[in-house]
Ligand binder design. Structure first.
Ligand SMILES: O=c1ccn([C@@H]2O[C@H](COP(=O)(O)OP(=O)(O)O[C@H]3O[C@H](CO)[C@@H](O)[C@H](O)[C@H]3O)[C@@H](O)[C@H]2O)c(=O)[nH]1
Ligand SMILES: O=C(O)[C@H](O)COP(=O)(O)O
Length: 255
């Protein structure tokens, strides 16, 4: 049985991370959980460690994409030092599949198991969870989601139901196709465009997840403004790269 390593980027999730880690560790097929504490000012790292995760910390906040990259780098280092060479138990020559999980899912993370079979069985290179209506009402008006969905569609022809969903299971090949990741909140859009651009397959999978939604207050709106900026940057970079690939292939890799 091939196994999957989970990476959980988190900032200030001390109240939620232990329940999330415990639920992910119980998932069939997941044998390691790496939590990246992205410069939290609370006790996120200690709570994650206490729940059984490998924990690595950013001294300063660097954003979600950087936290995911740190997690994957740490995982690969851990496993090459440990002797398994970033390989899984079932196939001595394949790098690990990855499961990206947000830190605020708590017990609902136990429903993430549906993301694994399409990837483990080779039907998809990346699965993306789609979430049901959330029990707490959010304060968004759909601006970021529309920017992301329309941008992905224009670049790839594929329509994402929930383009910002960060709960994803992916092969090492899919991760490497999107590396370096688009910074900050651009990471999901970058992953989707790059994975499709590499000719790999994506499947969306409904998943009963509940997370902390951003509200209508100024914090929520500031968060959305940053999401908008990062998604716009990720899309713009990829539009430039695509145009250059068509017109000046020699320089396109620099973008
Ligand atoms: O600087 C940061 C900020 C957040 N996080 C973590 O990233 C995850 C997602 O952040 P969250 O605050 O929950 O963002 P939301 O806006 O609620 O998230 C939605 O939108 C994001 C993209 O904009 C996706 O990454 C998420 O999966 C999706 O649920 C959580 O584990 C956070 O703790 C970091 O690691 N570093
Ligand atoms: O609250 C949300 O759903 C996200 O922050 C995205 O914001 P949006 O509703 O403006 O797209």
């Amino acid at each position: 049985m091939r196994t999957v390593a989970a990476i959980i980027p988190c900032k200030d999730e001390a109240d939620r991370i232990a329940a999330t880690v415990e639920a992910v560790l119980r998932l069939d097929g997941v044998d390691r959980v790496v939590v990246v504490d992205d410069g939290s000012s609370d006790t996120t790292a200690a709570a994650a460690h206490g729940a059984g995760a490998d924990v690595i910390r950013h001294a300063r906040n660097a954003g979600k994409a950087a936290a995911l990259e740190t997690g994957v780098r740490h995982l690969r280092e851990l496993e090459s030092v440990g002797g398994s060479g970033a390989l899984d138990a079932g196939d001595a020559h394949s790098p690990r599949h990855l499961l990206f999980v947000d830190g605020d899912l708590e017990g609902s993370a136990s429903n993430l198991h549906v993301l694994l079979p399409p990837v483990l069985q080779g039907r998809a290179d990346m699965t993306i969870a789609t979430l049901p209506p959330q029990s707490t009402r959010g304060g968004g008006r759909g601006f970021v989601v529309r920017l992301a969905r329309d941008g992905i569609e224009r670049l790839t022809g594929w329509t994402a139901t929930q383009p910002l969903s960060g709960m994803r299971c992916l092969t090492a090949e899919a991760f490497d196709a999107a590396s370096p990741l688009a910074p900050g909140w651009g990471v999901e859009v970058g992953l989707t465009v790059d994975v499709l651009g590499a000719g790999l397959l994506i499947e969306e999978v409904p998943c009963e997840l509940q997370h902390r939604v951003s509200g209508k207050d100024w914090r929520g709106q500031l968060h959305r403004a940053k999401q908008y900026r990062d998604v716009w940057r990720a899309l713009t970079r990829r539009r430039v790269r695509k145009a250059l690939t068509e017109r000046a292939p020699g320089v396109a890799h620099r973008f």
